[in-house]
Design a protein around this ligand. Structure first.
Ligand code: C5P
Length: 403
């Protein structure tokens, strides 16, 4: 979740009957934190699972449950509530409600509002696995997809009934991410993006190693922004505790060599390669099998290093490289070093930043170097900056040759 990301957006959050209603309380909090206006509408069944009072307190707005509610001036809640909305999200969406939507039925406020809407509709199914697998439900889901309605999930796992399988409503964080992504322009639709992120860890012995202060935040933010822009994203991450962005495939590695191997195994199917990882330049030549013991005060071990492969340069030199984007963390004179590094690595785009000012921070300031020269992007939150960088990258992509 990114604070302010949904500022100015109005979401009609529809709740239908299901245990998963409790998750919608948390989802409301996330949407509100992100700056959205949330108008909750509940079916009669939903009020059996969570009270309108709870949803009103969390959303800060009166909750609507009945089409006969006369609080709206013209008495047309089913029209007025959706006219201000940027999207309607039904979470949880019950088996019954999916069936109603698929058939255009309008026999309560929420279903009528969906039929009368003039904004996108997203649904998050929540039901027992047999109910989800039922051919009628599957038929209804296919009809809804055909009608342009986005179906989020369902997830798989333990169910409230004690059974295990498909049909769980997605977690609130995932629903939030799916909705936030829904609003982003699909600049990278149909593109595959490979990203390296985080530090690497080069072992010295079984308990010690060399690493650096990269947090992985910039690379993870770029993976999220690329996925939100519609790309199929593979993130190769060094050791970091950051959560995998929604919809992103992640491979975890430790050493530079492992990162190199993971990238090389996948790179040929990608359109874009973004090397954000702070890869260790050197590794210890002979990693000790056992912990190196401290024997005496004057007796200190000597480590010998060998150079690690340069992943970015290796990818850029492939016969048919993807569009390559490099990062440079300099400690000074960024303008000179950035331009030189772009030339040396032979990449079309290099993003330069000042290392000490960015490592571990939530915001960053960068200069873009390309063949046309330099462009400075103003200091911004790493998530916002990642979105700007995706726009810059998308604008520089060679257009696709047909076939
Ligand atoms: O040469 P330098 O390490 O400053 O270059 C930084 C850029 O090269 C980053 O994009 C980084 O991810 C990439 N790199 C790499 N493999 C290395 C070293 C750096 O991909 N061994």
């Amino acid at each position: 979740m990114e604070r302010g990301e949904l500022a100015g957006k109005t979401i009609v959050l529809g709740l239908t009957g299901g245990i998963a209603c409790y998750k919608s309380a948390e989802l409301t909090r996330l949407l509100i934190k992100a700056g959205a206006t949330v108008q909750v509408v509940m079916t009669e069944a939903a009020t059996q699972f969570i009270t309108p009072l709870t949803m009103q307190a969390l959303s800060g707005r009166p909750v609507f449950t009945s089409q006969w509610d006369n609080r709206i001036d013209n008495n047309m809640a089913h029209i007025d509530l959706s006219r201000e909305a940027d999207a309607i999200l039904i979470a949880p969406a019950s088996t019954d409600f999916l069936a109603k939507l698929a058939h255009g039925m309008a026999d309560d406020l929420l279903s009528t509002l969906c039929v009368a809407r003039d904004c996108p509709l997203l649904v998050a199914p929540a039901m027992n696995r047999q109910m989800w697998a039922n051919p009628a439900t599957q038929r209804n889901a296919a009809t809804l997809r055909g009608d342009g309605i986005a179906i989020l999930g369902p997830g798989s796992g333990d169910q409230a009934c004690g059974e295990i399988g498909d049909g769980r409503m997605l977690e609130p964080e995932d629903l939030y991410e799916a909705l936030a992504g829904f609003f982003q322009p699909k600049r990278l639709a149909g593109r595959r993006v490979l990203i390296t992120a985080g530090p690497t860890f080069e072992p010295i012995d079984p308990v010690r190693g060399l690493t650096n202060r990269s947090s992985g935040k910039m690379g993870f933010a770029l993976a999220r922004a690329a996925a939100q822009a519609g790309a199929d994203v593979h993130l190769v991450a060094g050791p970091t505790s950051l959560a995998t962005p929604y919809g992103v495939t992640r491979s975890n590695v430790q050493t530079a060599q492992q990162m190199y191997d993971a990238v090389m195994a996948d790179v040929s199917r990608n359109d874009i390669f973004i090397a954000v990882a702070a890869v260790a330049d050197w590794r210890v030549r002979d990693v000790a099998h056992d912990k190196i013991k401290k024997t005496g005060d004057a007796d200190v071990p000597t480590l010998e290093f060998v150079q690690n492969p340069d992943i970015l340069a290796a990818v850029a030199q492939l016969p048919k490289p993807p569009f390559c984007v490099g990062f440079a963390a300099e400690s000074g004179d960024l303008e000179k070093h950035g331009a030189q590094k772009r030339q040396r690595k032979q990449v079309p785009l290099l993003v330069g930043n000042l290392g000490p000012a960015t490592f571990g921070q939530d915001d960053n300031e960068v200069i873009l170097f390309d063949e046309a020269g330099q462009k400075r992007l103003p200091r911004a939150d790493k998530q916002a900056l990642a979105r700007s960088l995706i726009i810059e990258i998308a604008a520089r992509l060679p257009s696709r040759t047909p076939g």
